[in-house]
Design a protein around this ligand. Structure first.
Ligand code: FES
Length: 79
């Protein structure tokens, strides 16, 4: 299924990019911008962003590394 019509990016392209980034660096934070960059593309109209993000969230490799989880709460507790 095409997710980004401006760049002809499919859900399979997005999942492949996420899997590749996670395999390359287990600690990396994966963002939509990094997915576009990994695919050699740039967002254009931005109309796909909601579907792009929901497609990314379906990938189990998107998880934030354990050591980086809860940093905001940790920082707020420290004041
Ligand atoms: S549809 Fe993805 S940038 Fe336009």
């Amino acid at each position: 299924m095409i997710v980004c019509s401006c760049n002809s990016i499919s859900d399979r392209d997005i999942h492949a990019a996420i899997d590749w980034m996670r395999a390359s660096d287990p600690e990396t934070i994966i963002t939509p911008g990094k997915v576009y960059h990994a695919l050699g593309k740039r967002p254009d109209c931005g109309g796909c962003m909601s579907l792009f993000l929901s497609t990314m969230r379906q990938n189990d490799n998107l998880v934030v590394p354990a050591e980086l989880r809860g940093l905001k709460e940790h920082r707020m507790k420290r004041g």
